[in-house]
Design a protein around this ligand. Structure first.
Ligand SMILES: CC(C)(COP(=O)(O)OP(=O)(O)OC[C@H]1O[C@@H](n2cnc3c(N)ncnc32)[C@H](O)[C@@H]1OP(=O)(O)O)[C@@H](O)C(=O)NCCC(=O)NCCSC(=O)C[C@H](O)C(=O)O
Ligand SMILES: [Mg+2]
Length: 294
């Protein structure tokens, strides 16, 4: 299923056990909030986190921000209860951790159907296991199955590093093949994809470099661990004024009567095809959606 065009430049994780962070999130200029019940929450705090997160989602007050609850895996002691509580709370999406096959998503989707979850509630999938890298195409293909409701991949580079023993180095050479495999799988499935987190949140230069790399890779946005990463992330994943101007220029050029029957034309000394105009229309739509979101 093709998701509606919405900016997902920045997605901030926050531990569901941190009431202060849940409140503060209402003031942060972030596109998505991932309210975490999984790895950011200690076992003793799981029930408290579930209650706080579901109450916060029910109470609302988060404005344009897309609300996503990350549940624990269904193979854990908390997963089934998290899922039922999340369905009842009605967030925009439920993020399923450690997805390794389409069956992992189908199981959750079945619970959504049985629990009469609202039609608008989507599934997001954490891509963070070695099996997920090997099954990326099949998992992404679930995006074409309306019953699964899959809308977005989220790269879990910390778990991926742990499970594969690959190192997270500047430039992420070891991760690039997996990141690009998942970008291709997401696009084939018609869904969005968000890049993994940058743990060293005080290193804003390193963070900016990784945002630029994610943008070059085709990521729709990046997941974040700290509020200070939001502003540079939004800037990196927003179309620049120059990109918007170029997009408008090539669309206007193709609309000119003399170009009506042409597939390729010259604009400012560069060859431009209709596919570039199509790409430009997406840039303009994203820019308009960012403005509309306020
Ligand atoms: C890393 C942190 C624990 C640091 O927290 P803290 O020591 O409180 O930092 P600061 O003093 O600098 O905080 C300043 C203020 O900002 C608020 N804050 C901090 N982080 C967040 C946040 N994530 N969301 C909302 N608000 C936040 C503090 O409350 C302070 O506010 P104030 O009191 O008004 O001054 C912390 O940043 C943190 O917990 N980050 C998120 C950790 C997390 O969720 N991790 C799990 C996801 S990462 C992952 O697992 C990805 C994937 O699965 C994979 O495998 O890769
Ligand atoms: Mg993880």
């Amino acid at each position: 299923m093709t998701t509606a065009l919405k900016p997902r430049r920045s997605a901030l994780y926050m531990p569901g056990s941190n009431a202060r962070a849940l409140d503060k999130a209402k003031t942060l200029d972030v596109d998505c909030l991932i309210l975490d019940l999984e790895d950011a929450v200690a076992p003793d705090a799981k029930a408290l986190a579930r209650d706080q997160v579901c109450e916060a989602v029910r109470a609302g007050g988060y404005g344009h921000r897309e609300l996503v609850i990350r549940i624990n895996g269904l193979d854990t002691a908390w997963g089934a209860e998290d899922l039922e509580a999340a369905i009842a709370a009605r967030p925009d999406a439920i993020l399923v951790p450690k997805v390794s096959s389409p069956a992992d998503l189908q199981r959750v989707a079945h619970r959504l159907a049985v629990g009469n979850a609202p039609a608008a509630l989507r599934l997001w999938a954490m891509m963070e296991t070695p099996q997920a890298m090997l099954n990326a195409a099949a998992i992404g293909a679930a995006g074409r199955d309306p019953e699964v409701r899959l809308a977005c991949f989220v790269m879990g580079t910390n778990d991926l590093a742990k499970e594969t023993r690959a190192r997270l180095t500047p430039g992420r050479a070891a991760m690039v093949p997996w990141l690009m495999t998942c970008v291709a799988a997401a696009r084939a499935g018609g869904i969005d994809i968000l890049d993994g987190v940058y743990n060293d949140f005080n290193d804003l230069d390193g963070f900016a470099a990784e945002c630029a790399q994610g943008m070059d890779m085709g990521m729709d946005g990046k997941t974040l661990v700290h509020p200070k990463q939001i502003e540079p992330c939004n800037a990196a994943f927003s179309p620049s004024e120059a990109e918007i101007a170029w997009a408008r220029k090539i669309n206007e050029a193709f609309q000119a009567p003399e170009n009506a029957d042409k597939g390729a034309i010259q604009v400012d000394g560069r060859m431009v095809e209709r596919l570039h105009a199509e790409m430009g229309r997406r840039v303009i739509a994203i820019a308009d959606a960012i403005v509309a979101r306020g």
